[in-house]
Ligand binder design. Structure first.
Ligand code: AP5
Ligand code: MG
Length: 216
């Protein structure tokens, strides 16, 4: 299964990606996670990406696409993958389509996680991420009283781009640059929308119900 998750910042792409990818036994490929790993590793890519990420702007397409091409070329992605956060605009979608076609592949499904802006702000304000295993938590919804990961005991951190004004800018960037992908993929016939409100497990259930008809 070759799957893309699309939706505004805070929709729950990363949260759902960890469960969906594990259910389907495919790698979860998150461009945001790869950029953040490069930022903490102090690489040249990380230094470049950080300047854009801190403002809530998109990292230039050329850089992002080269990184995704490398990742999709790895062995574990040959029989399927779940992309979280890529493509992020129509030019990225066009290049992904061409890249996959050159490899004799194509996308099976694009899942849109649908949630309103107020919920997004609530979710991002309380988000914490594990610095060790990458698991995503929420201070209120997961009742996190301490800063340790329940899964691996790693330290939890708050993302630099989750400040309120940066979140607002990320939402604008989503509306301007990413939302056009919804009609792009609707025209391609690969788009399915999923209501992403309510408990995490219910959203996963809805997502799996939407995916099932597309499984080979
Ligand atoms: P990226 O990391 O992709 O950020 P994003 O799209 O803004 O999305 P988020 O990760 O903020 O939200 P999410 O939908 O994953 O929500 P989550 O599951 O964490 O990108 C970051 C930056 O990298 C970009 O701004 C850009 O600079 C750069 N970048 C990345 N990809 C790029 C690309 N292709 N091109 C160019 N630049 C790129 O959930 C949020 C919170 O809500 C969590 O606390 C979670 O616990 C909670 N939650 C989730 N589901 C529920 C639920 N059902 N109920 C209650 N709480 C919930
Ligand atoms: Mg994410």
């Amino acid at each position: 299964m070759r799957l893309v998750l699309v939706g505004p910042p805070g929709a729950g792409k990363g949260t759902q990606a960890q469960y969906i990818a594990s259910n389907l036994s495919i790698p979860k490929i998150s461009t945001g996670d790869i950029f953040r790993a490069n930022v903490s590793g102090g690489t040249e890519l990380g230094k470049l990406a950080k300047t854009y990420m801190d403002r809530g702007d998109l990292v230039p397409d050329q850089v992002t696409i080269a990184m995704v091409r490398d990742r999709l070329s790895e062995d574990d992605a040959q029989d399927g993958f779940l992309l979280d956060g890529f493509p992020r605009n129509v030019p990225q979608a066009e290049i992904l389509k061409k890249m996959l076609a050159d490899w004799g592949q194509g996308l099976d499904l694009v899942l849109e996680l649908v949630v309103d802006d107020d919920e997004v702000v609530r979710r991002l304000a309380g988000r914490r991420t594990c610095s060790q295993c990458g698991r995503i938590w929420h201070v209120e919804f997961d009742d996190k009283q301490d800063d340790r990961c329940d899964a691996c005991d790693g330290t939890l951190f708050q993302r630099d781009d989750d400040k309120e004004e940066t979140v607002r800018h990320r939402l604008e960037v989503y509306q301007e640059q990413t939302a056009p992908l919804i009609s792009y993929y609707a025209d391609e016939g690969t788009l399915v929308g999923v209501d992403a409100t309510g408990p995490v497990e219910e959203v996963t259930q809805r997502a799996m119900d939407a995916i099932r008809p597309f499984l080979g």
